[in-house]
Design a binder for this molecule. Structure first.
Ligand SMILES: CC(C)(COP(=O)(O)OP(=O)(O)OC[C@H]1O[C@@H](n2cnc3c(N)ncnc32)[C@H](O)[C@@H]1OP(=O)(O)O)[C@@H](O)C(=O)NCCC(=O)NCCS
Length: 189
């Protein structure tokens, strides 16, 4: 299934495009972001890091891999990508099915929580998944908090090397039934 455009109160989540590479390069080349990520991300970040990554992602999608990759864009802004979410519904392995980051100037406003609610709705209402897994470095308080606010249930600790030297990660499950129950409770409140 093609990646749809998703909309929240303050954000547009639109499918990744090659034209997003310069904004991704500008925002992502930041140790405060990369130190929280799995050690597979190159650091120091190469000058063509974003373009190489975007091309790779688009090639995978063209080749038919089940991969949804959105950039986050502020409504009423200049259309620039200020963050990324990727979702691989059938991926196996420690890293789980989803990854996200937001440009540092936009942290702490609830934006990623808002975006993840839309992606969870897509996963459970459109793709009709039963569950998926996510993870974060055990020291990553902000990522943990986003998960706690968006229906994730803690599964346990796993080994996953991260840039910041941290090798213990938290693994979480997000389940359809619990998500829909939570959404129902919200709409009745
Ligand atoms: C993780 C990230 C996407 C969060 O984005 P965001 O839009 O700032 O997230 P939100 O504002 O929706 O929620 C963040 C929550 O974490 C809390 N938080 C942030 N830093 C924290 C800290 N150091 N200790 C405790 N809580 C913290 C915030 O208070 C907020 O919780 P609250 O709503 O209960 O107050 C952003 O910090 C980021 O890009 N970090 C670097 C990359 C990264 O870690 N990606 C995830 C890898 S698993």
């Amino acid at each position: 299934m093609q990646t749809p455009l998703l909309e929240t109160e303050r954000l547009i989540l639109r499918p990744l495009a090659l034209s997003d590479a310069p904004a991704i390069q500008r925002h992502f080349d930041n140790w405060n972001i990369i130190r929280h990520l799995a050690a597979v991300v190159p650091w120091p970040y190469p000058a063509d890091g974003a373009e190489t990554f975007v091309r790779l992602q688009l090639d995978k999608i063209t080749a038919g891999e089940e991969l949804h990759h959105w950039v986050l864009v502020l409504k009423g802004g200049d259309g620039e990508a200020i963050g990324n979410i990727h979702f691989r519904p059938r991926a196996e392995g420690a890293k789980g099915n989803r990854g996200f980051w937001l440009a540092e100037p936009y942290w702490g406003r609830g934006l990623m929580t808002e975006a993840i609610i839309a992606v969870n709705d897509f996963a459970f209402l459109t793709l009709c998944l039963e569950h998926f897994y996510v993870s974060n470095a055990a020291t990553n308080e902000a990522s943990r908090r986003v998960k706690q606010k968006t229906g994730a249930e803690f599964v346990g600790f796993i080994e996953l090397p991260h840039h910041g030297g941290q090798s213990t990660a938290e693994r979480w499950i997000v389940q359809r039934e619990a998500w829909l129950r939570g959404r129902g409770a919200q709409s009745q409140a």
